[in-house]
Design a protein around this ligand. Structure first.
Ligand code: GLN
Length: 269
């Protein structure tokens, strides 16, 4: 709504606070700005008070300065993931004829942001879930980004990887939560697709498989860059090194957590 109504703002803040929403005042303001009517705002606040993710209720969320459509069935873009985008952008020059892949692309936030900032390159997002892919394609259209494709593919199948050669970079924020994490999810996160979160018993399943299956798809010196969960950096660095990657680096997010692990495919001599 265009006009700010202080009474309605107070009412929504109280509603959210009654559901123990931490930033009740701020979230009430966002809901007020976004909702088309007072009744719609009340309905959103009621659902938010029951801990549905605000991002799903608003239907749009910002990542790296761009708006992305989100809703049930797709992982909500997190600010931590901007560290991965920064790491790739500072290492990969923009070249026509160069291809970059984003595995498990979800909303497409990584692939589309890279494509926007590397306009001469082609960035391809692969996603297994049709629901999530639908959001990636919608975001591509909404942002009007042309140098990209969003495809429905299972990245754990070797035949998917066999179709690609000479890639400049592979980027991924795969599911990485452990079985223990999955058993203790924050209430909001339980609304997000488990398939986008569950990384197997120790959370490392996708790193092991992707690193092994996709190595041959990279060019010599090609970059493999992952987002990782808390305390996973060392293990993921070891997986890269065991699979013939060098120049391995771990990069911290703004919260000081080692959030990105990357390496370069080494030439086999
Ligand atoms: N960052 C997400 C979370 O902690 C997990 C995303 C993922 O598994 N890739 O909720």
């Amino acid at each position: 709504m265009k006009l700010f109504d202080p009474n309605l703002h107070r009412e929504l803040t109280a509603l959210l606070a009654s559901g123990a929403i931490e930033d009740a005042e701020l979230e009430a303001k966002w809901i007020l700005e976004d909702a088309p009517s007072a009744d719609a705002a009340r309905q959103i606040a009621e659902r938010r008070a029951k801990h549905e993710p605000l991002q799903y209720l608003l239907g749009e969320w910002e990542f790296y300065g761009l708006p992305f459509c989100v809703g049930e069935g797709v992982l909500i873009p997190r600010p931590d993931t901007e560290t991965l985008v920064d790491a790739v952008l500072s290492r990969i020059p923009d070249r026509s004829s160069q291809q970059i892949l984003d595995l498990c692309t979800g909303s497409g936030c990584i692939a589309l942001t890279l494509a926007k900032h590397l306009p001469q390159s082609t960035v391809i997002g692969l996603e297994k879930s049709p629901e999530a892919l639908h959001y990636a394609q919608r975001n591509q259209e909404m942002l009007n980004i042309k140098n990209t494709q969003m495809l429905e593919k299972d990245v754990l199948l070797p035949e998917t990887a066999a179709a690609y050669h000479g890639l400049a970079a592979i980027v991924s924020n795969p599911p990485y939560l452990t079985a223990e994490d999955m058993a203790h999810l924050q209430e909001e996160v339980t609304y997000e697709p488990a398939a986008a979160l569950d990384g197997g018993a120790d959370g490392l399943h996708f790193y092991r498989e992707i690193t092994r299956i996709w190595r041959d798809a990279l060019c010599e010196g090609g970059l493999l860059a992952y987002e990782v969960g808390v305390y996973q950096a060392e293990d993921v660095a070891a997986i890269l090194s065991q699979n013939g990657f060098g120049c391995i680096e771990c990069i911290c997010d703004l919260g000081g957590i080692q959030r990105v692990v990357l390496g370069r495919k080494e030439t086999v001599s």
